[in-house]
Design a protein around this ligand. Structure first.
Ligand code: AMP
Length: 390
């Protein structure tokens, strides 16, 4: 989930900015002001209680606010995230939000404060009052709303500032400029929270099929460099023709080419990815440094290394069996090739796994048993990874 709050005095542009955010990031929009106005229109008990307070420019009681927010949150199970506008407005409400997010096993990830001087707020609200039809958009009430903001709402900034969640931006610029600043913050926050996994394992360990299935199941981008190189050849791109030539001359594909392909992939999926699963990369120590750099440039980092472990004899039996089926890879066909692939992994890739073991730990997954049994084990690891990112 991704949860965001827009903060700022009345008239700062929270509602306007929310529209684009909700569309782009598929968030459920919770504007307590709008929810209250709806209760009033519907003539509910809550609406009746809130009506006079809103008209005077004061703040509605925290009890009422909890009730209307809870209703919206529970009415949207499976939401990808919430965008709060006009909430939390008091120190107490900041704790309420904590509790509400805790109920959903998540938290608020960022609060963006649109900073606008008081006189600018007044000017904008009076302007809006000419067409909004809102009883509280007149000068006397506007002044009360701004006083409430100063006295009761501003202290909320400190609450989030202490937690490093508060971003203050200049709200006096054009709608587009403010929107661009907000998007940059959101994109940065989202990238910090990607789940980036490398799946290691000897050839025949099931790392390919397991990681493809994981990507599918959890909506992660599957980055299988071997497959990406083949794709380029099949699509007959300029890069594909170069790769083909290298293959035909029996040469290795240089790291520069793979870097470009991964960079492209990260760039293309920048706004949509929930995370990446790397398979068949990094294969060498050099590539592991490259991947660190690529992710850092992307504003992100690796957060999970899995190693699917299968005893050597079983690997050989699996590879031999596969060579006799129509799932055989070209390189499965002969024993010397099978041995070559196993020993490449041993000499070049095991040192990479060792590097990660020292750096951040590697989770070893028992790769014996049926596809489903192994799948349940890797899925449990990934779910734990997602849980830690909440
Ligand atoms: P807004 O649409 O956010 O400008 O809110 C309009 C009015 O609704 C405010 O002046 C308050 O009276 C009331 N209100 C909206 N949100 C809250 C909240 N979180 N806590 C208390 N009162 C609120």
């Amino acid at each position: 989930m991704f949860n965001l709050a827009l903060f700022g005095p009345p008239g700062a542009g929270k509602g306007t900015q929310s529209e684009a955010l909700v569309r782009r990031y598929n968030l459920i929009y919770i504007s307590t002001g709008e929810l209250l106005r709806k209760e009033i229109r519907d003539g509910t008990r809550l609406g009746l209680e809130a009506q006079a307070i809103i008209a005077s420019g004061g703040l509605v009681s925290d009890e009422i606010i909890v009730q209307i927010i809870e209703k919206t949150i529970t009415g949207n199970p499976g939401a990808g995230g919430f965008l709060f506008d006009g909430f939390p407005r008091t120190y107490v409400q900041a704790y309420i939000l904590d509790g509400l997010m805790h109920n959903l096993n998540t938290s608020l990830h960022a609060l963006i404060s649109l900073e606008v001087p008081e006189e600018e707020s007044v000017r904008r609200l009076l302007d809006r009052g000419r067409s909004s039809g809102r009883s509280d958009d007149n000068e006397a009430v506007i002044r009360t709303r701004l006083r409430e903001y100063r006295d009761k709402t501003l202290p909320v900034l400190g609450f989030y500032g202490e937690r490093g969640l508060c971003h203050q931006i200049d709200g006096t610029r054009s709608v587009e400029e403010v929107g661009a600043s907000i998007q940059a913050i959101v994109a940065h926050e989202l990238r910090k929270r990607l789940l980036n996994v490398v799946v290691f394992g000897y050839p025949g360990s099931g790392r390919g099929s397991q990681s493809a299935a994981l990507a599918q199941k959890y909506g992660l981008e599957f980055v299988a460099t071997g497959r990406m190189l083949e794709d380029e050849i099949r699509r007959d791109t300029a890069l594909g023709r170069r790769i083909k030539q290298l293959y035909e001359n029996g040469e290795l594909v240089p790291d520069e080419i793979v870097i470009r392909l991964i960079e492209q992939r990260l760039e293309q999926t920048r706004d949509t990815a929930k995370g990446y699963i790397f398979k068949g990369y990094p294969r060498t120590l050099v590539q592991s440094y490259i991947l660190d750099g690529l992710l850092r440039k992307h504003g992100s980092t690796l957060n999970m290394i899995l190693e699917i472990e299968v005893p050597m004899l079983e690997l050989i039996m699996r590879l031999d069996a596969r060579s006799k089926t129509d799932r055989a890879m070209p390189y499965d066909s002969a024993l010397p090739r099978i041995v070559k692939r196993l020993s490449e992994h041993e000499t070049k890739t095991l040192p990479v796994i060792e590097r990660y073991r020292k750096l951040r730990g590697v989770q070893v997954i028992d790769g014996r048993g049926s596809f489903e049994e192994v799948s349940a084990r890797v899925s449990a690891a990934v779910e734990e990874g997602f849980r830690l990112l909440r």
